[in-house]
Design a protein. Structure first.
Length: 173
């Protein structure tokens, strides 16, 4: 895309760390390609203008394809923590009652299992030799699971964000 002689680069990438809210579901396209979908909960804590801690949880649907879909279906279970590198899109449809619906969906290009133990109540399983992942896109530096810090997504933070940053409730969207 170009504007006044300058090229505008469009970029769609999303990085998430969250916990699976249910076990993955596998289906197959008519061509035989496996597709695995799972939902993750991503928690964010922040201090509002009222100086109280607030927590916001986003529930995001993730889709993976081909070999990555098979690996995710085999090794992921409800409660597992994952790092997802993907592309965001919006699914839109018309419900049976005629209302228009939409939801964000992430096409998982790379999914890394980042917890070291199985989900509570799950039997111990052997981890795959390599995390389920698509080829690494050029120009994107994604950390390996060993490089990712252990993140307590429920830990309270005393920070309200970068200096001068507006709290979420002040954002115009």
């Amino acid at each position: 895309m170009s504007r006044g002689g300058k090229e505008i680069v469009m970029y769609n990438r999303i990085l998430l760390i969250g916990n699976l809210t249910r076990d993955p579901e596998v289906r197959y396209l008519p061509s035989g390609v496996p597709v695995t979908t799972f939902d993750i909960a991503v928690n964010e804590r922040y201090r509002g203008r009222d100086q109280e801690m607030h927590e916001e949880t986003l529930f995001i649907r993730v889709e993976t394809f081909q070999r990555q879909a098979e690996t995710c279906a085999e090794y992921l279970k409800k409660g597992r923590r994952v790092f997802v590198d993907g592309k965001l899109r919006i699914d839109q449809w018309e419900a049976k009652d005629g209302t228009k619906r939409s939801r964000p969906v992430v096409r998982g290009l790379q999914v890394r299992f980042i917890d070291r133990r199985p989900a509570e109540g799950a039997a111990p399983e052997a981890e795959p030799a390599a995390s389920a992942q698509a080829p690494k896109p050029a120009g994107v530096d994604v950390p390996s699971s060993e490089e990712l810090p252990e993140v307590d997504i429920n830990a309270q933070s005393s920070e309200s964000g970068p200096e001068g940053a507006a709290p979420n409730e002040d954002l115009p969207f």
